[in-house]
Write a protein that binds this ligand. Sequence first.
Ligand code: TXA
Ligand code: MG
Length: 343
Amino acid sequence: MKTDVLPIDNPIRMHAAVQKAVALLDQGAVIALPTETVYGLAADAMNTDAVKSIYAIKGRPATNPLIVHVAGRSMLAGCVPSWPEVAERFLRAFWPGPLTLVLPKAAGISSQITAGLDSVALRWPLHPFMQRVIETLGRPVAAPSANLANQLSPTSAAQVLAQLKGRIPLIVDGGSASVGIESTVLDLCGEYPVVLRPGMIHLESLRAVDPNTMPRQATQGDGPGASAEAACKSPGLHQKHYAPSAPMRVIRWNASESLARFPARFHANAHKTCVLCHEHLPDPACFLRVSVIPSDPEAYARALYAELYACDRLQPELILVESVPDTHPWDGIRDRLYRASSA
Ligand code: TXA
Ligand code: MG
């Protein structure tokens, strides 16, 4: 299959790309579209065969449900039987934006989307192109991140092309994603809101809307100690997610002398080691590549996946990442670094 890449860098191209994307979605095709978090692999949420194709193209396990993307309140009625007051408060504070809300699903949402769960994950994305496509289609769009299963989420059209060329007919190039990591997923099905996947809308911001919001429990996901119930509740939170191909370790160092000792400890050559740092900058001559990422969380998130992709292309023996602060604004980033570094 030939994969077209369409830019949207002026109003005429934007309009043409919206028309093309909507026509393809309407025919049941699966295409890659930009969102503000990461690129999405989109299909008409009301077309069961198209939704099934998403799983086939990604190689995604059928047990991992998809996010349904809406544009505007009018689409919510088809997705959920009722819109609770707590959801309305989160909507007002953060939508459109990088927050996904999990609620009991309406009958019209297929079990293909929800992987058999009785809840549905909803997001109203901020990216103007994605909004226009959903509005013009007139139906919600199901979309996971536009990567092959267990690989890094793409934050640029080039990264999508590298993974999905020949598998989909269209990639819309909306530039670099402005948020850079996947949305925060917040479960609103229980007594109080629970963060299932941390993201750039972090616990302190969520608690400003509902002070009872809880962080993800240590036992959730399927890391060590995960309970079967928790793994079921957050089916996509497999530990080995969001990973580059090369082994990666997150460590703390002070001076470049101490950093130089680490590659050998992990059976790697320093000259075949990539380093991602934000505070303590080592001598670049000692390593294959040294990426310096700004040390505020928004800028760091925006740069992280692009840097990991760039490192991966060099086929290093090891990627060393300087650990990041232990505060809530960094929760989403720490989560992705932890997952990318778990073997
Ligand atoms: O930023 C994002 O969320 C991007 C863009 C494209 O919107 N999408 C994304 O989708 O990251 P994906 O499929 O890679 O991750 C969706 C996450 C998974 O962890 C999945 O398990 C969880 O949302 N999820 C979806 N439906 C759920 C549900 N009903 N209950 C609990 N978790 C759910
Ligand atoms: Mg994903």
